[in-house]
Design a protein around this ligand. Structure first.
Ligand code: PMP
Length: 404
């Protein structure tokens, strides 16, 4: 059982007011809040052992290196990767995807096909379009239905011997749909295509097991899982990471450098050029500790209650339409009210201390599908409450009255 009142005490930001009203933070799909336990780790790093890693003989450098590498092991264990060098620290999901897309430039040729889904965030569309421009490969799209679910029979029809890669998010940030990635991976592997799963939205809500999934690449950002911004990870199967060339050149990623020839370091350093976000990596590990302490089963159960309650309350409002009604979804509710512009509602809600996101959520193809400019998106984490949802509904009704 999850004790939400106890948990809320861990998040100092939840005590603040915005525009004179207690903050109600429903923009978790954009960035989650940070518990004191993680803030303490960040303060401890800069107060006590801030130093560059891997190349120092002095104690501070060794302490920082140990903590950073311990964090890598925590991440490995969390995702059940076989080996810690299959975890590459990046600056986040976007960086991780670009790293893989760049690597595939040398592996693809004209005539090859890559598949993305209609539910993707721009960061899981644009790098692949750029990859297609570089290589002459073509991009195919798994379409979605009105409920915001992928049409799997169309996916089956897209797969063939030319398919080299499939990219899909585990959970859609705009609609909350949980995609059937087990099926997608199995079918892709049947034609020898590799699969990258964008876990930016799944990692806050569930605990992926990369070995059980048999996924080739899995990526996420720490800032959506109670960690800091500017750090994330790429999991890649060792065989794939060995096949991909380095993304960036620089210090840390080399074995030997001379003007005649440079040789690269082994995994994971081959992909980690330059001084990384050391503190961020350590805090990422602490954020996973924090979430695992609460327990992902407890988190999912509680967040599903919030999702059901929020959906039920919202649907009582006349003229309100929810986009994304998939059977399998997480605590994201995207909606519009009549013809009122989402931005106007978002602005009034902010005046009442309520943070929601409005707009296309970096998923313009989804908005095009529904023929709307954007939605209002309320997204819940385990520290939100039903009382906050009640206050949100009252505020939303007021905003609708003001704008009608
Ligand atoms: N993919 C999805 C599904 C996302 O929700 C996000 C963040 N909104 C990203 C990718 C990009 O993550 P980041 O900005 O942390 O790189």
């Amino acid at each position: 059982m999850l004790d939400v009142q106890k948990i809320r005490k861990d998040f100092p930001i939840l005590n603040r007011t915005v525009n004179g009203k207690p903050l109600i933070y429903f923009d978790n799909a954009a960035t989650s809040q940070t518990p004191q336990q993680v803030i303490d780790v960040i303060v401890d790093y800069y107060s006590n052992y801030n130093a560059n890693i891997h190349r120092g003989v002095h104690s501070l450098s060794q302490e920082a290196t140990d903590a950073y590498e311990q964090a890598r092991i925590k991440i490995q264990k969390h995702f059940n990767a076989k080996q810690s060098h299959e975890i590459i620290f990046t600056s986040g999901t976007t960086h991780s995807i670009n790293l893989v897309a760049n690597g595939f430039s040398s592996l693809l040729k004209k005539g090859d096909e890559i598949i993305v889904s209609a539910l993707e965030h721009h960061s899981n569309i644009v790098p692949w379009q750029m990859l297609c421009e570089r290589t002459g490969a073509s991009l195919k799209v798994i379409p979605m239905n009105e409920n915001g679910e992928l049409i799997l029979s169309d996916y089956d029809a897209l797969l063939n011997e030319h398919t080299k890669l499939v990219f899909v998010n585990h959970i859609s940030n705009a609609l909350g749909t949980i995609n059937p990635i087990e099926y997608i991976i199995e079918k892709a592997h049947a034609v020898d295509a590799a699969v990258l799963v964008d876990g930016a939205q799944s990692c806050p809500h569930l605990k992926p097991d990369v070995q059980a999934l048999d996924v080739d690449f899995y990526v996420c950002s720490a800032h959506k899982i109670c960690g800091p911004t500017g750090v994330g990870m790429l999991y890649g199967k060792e065989e794939w990471l060995n096949k991909l060339p380095p993304y960036q050149g620089g210090g840390e990623m080399i074995a030997e450098v001379s003007f005649a020839k440079t040789t690269y370091a082994g995994l994971p350093h081959k992909f980690e050029a330059g001084t990384p976000n050391i503190c961020g990596g350590i805090a990422f590990g602490a954020a996973l500790d924090y979430m695992n302490h609460i327990g992902f089963k407890n988190i999912a159960k509680y967040e599903n209650e919030l999702l059901d309650y929020g959906t039920e309350q919202l649907l009582k409002i006349e003229g309100l339409k929810i986009y994304g009604t998939a059977k399998e979804k997480t605590s994201v509710i995207s909606f519009n009210v009549g013809t009122i512009h989402p931005y106007d509602i978002g602005t009034i809600l902010d005046k009442m201390g309520i943070a929601v996101r409005t707009g296309h959520h970096c998923a313009q193809p989804i908005m095009d599908f529904y023929k709307i400019p954007g939605t209002i998106r309320a997204s819940f984490m385990f520290y939100n409450t039903k009382e906050e949802i009640d206050a949100f509904i009252v505020a939303l009704k007021k905003a609708i009255m003001m704008l009608s």
